[in-house]
Design a protein around this ligand. Structure first.
Ligand code: BV8
Ligand code: ZN
Length: 242
């Protein structure tokens, strides 16, 4: 059982779809998984975008519109509290929703991109477009050059963002915590291995045992929205007990 976490402990947290499940955002591999209405290759690959941009555009617009109806849950809030307590904290999320930001997380990397952002296919200009007018199924033109924009999302086969920064943080951390991720998608799934190689303690908080469960020092089974507030409370308060 992990005891207290001292303020100077260097912590990296990796979250996946599971942490947003209690906010009402579907995970990918649950029975109501997002992908079941669509094959991954049709909606989350560059090939899918080239073959049928309207389908892919509508798929992401539907998910953007859903963002307007959901709120962060206690799991997101607990992580923001943990960040405020620690001197050295990085939150890496595989999620493309904005719930971590809305819960108050700051030192945050969206390694698979962000639903709220769109990127121009010609000039690379990135802009956040969440105004209602941009949430139609019509394509949106780049405000910089007028070309078509694509979702600023890392599709399968594309390189995730800021991998070097993430790898550096994982190699230097004392504690690596994976929350709400099945450990199915590479290269996010390799960070646990890197953390173990660097001698960090590794914790997992998940509804079900993930595929890579045997590589964690500790596993807390349950809903992150219920477990995280209790764990963060303990990690912060224990350490103030002299
Ligand atoms: C790359 C954006 C090269 C899209 C996403 C064969 C073998 C191994 C790997 C591969 C392979 N073939 C291809 C690959 C590589 C591929 C990959 O891993 N494929 C998988 C399908 C096998 N990866 C890539 O293509 C990546 N790019 O490799 O490029 C490269 C590499 C390095 C350097 C240069 C170039 C790109 C991957 C990114 C794809 N984009 N998202 C979008 O969101 O629309 S991935 C997408 O799926 C999500 O972002 C997320 O990352 C992933 C789903 O994973 P999870 O988040 O873990 O969600 P999941 O549903 O799986 O699990 C949820 C968990 O939560 C469950 O365990 C559940 O029990 C738990 N849970 C549920 N409720 C709760 C809970 N836990 C706690 N509380 C709860 N309440
Ligand atoms: Zn442009």
């Amino acid at each position: 059982m992990i005891g207290m976490i001292a303020k100077n402990t260097r912590v990296v947290v990796l979250t996946g779809a599971g942490i947003s499940a209690e906010s009402g955002i579907r995970t990918f591999r649950a029975s109501d998984g997002l992908w079941e209405e669509h094959r991954i290759e049709d909606v989350a690959t560059p090939q899918g975008w080239r073959a049928n941009p309207q389908l892919v555009w509508s798929f992401y617009q539907q998910r953007r519109r859903q963002l307007l109806e959901v709120e962060p849950n206690p799991g997101h809030v607990a992580l923001a509290e943990l960040e405020r307590y620690l001197d050295d904290f990085l939150l890496v999320t595989q999620n493309v929703d904005d719930l971590h930001e809305r819960a108050g997380s700051n030192n945050l990397i969206h390694m698979h991109g962000e639903l709220e952002k769109l990127r121009c296919e010609d000039c690379g200009h990135i802009e956040a477009m969440m105004d209602e007018e941009y949430l139609t199924d019509e394509f949106v033109a780049c405000t910089n050059c007028g070309s078509r924009v694509r979702p600023h999302i890392v599709w399968f086969g594309e390189a995730p963002f800021q991998m070097r920064q993430i790898e550096n943080a994982v190699h230097q951390c004392d504690l690596f915590i994976a929350i709400g991720t099945s450990g199915h998608v590479y290269p996010a799934s390799k960070y646990l291995h890197d953390a173990n190689m660097s001698g960090a303690r590794t914790l997992c908080i998940n509804l079900e045992p993930p595929e890579n469960i045997q590589f964690f020092d500790e596993f807390f089974q349950g809903k992150s929205g219920e477990l995280l507030p209790e764990l963060v409370e303990q990690w912060i308060n224990d350490s103030t007990v002299e």
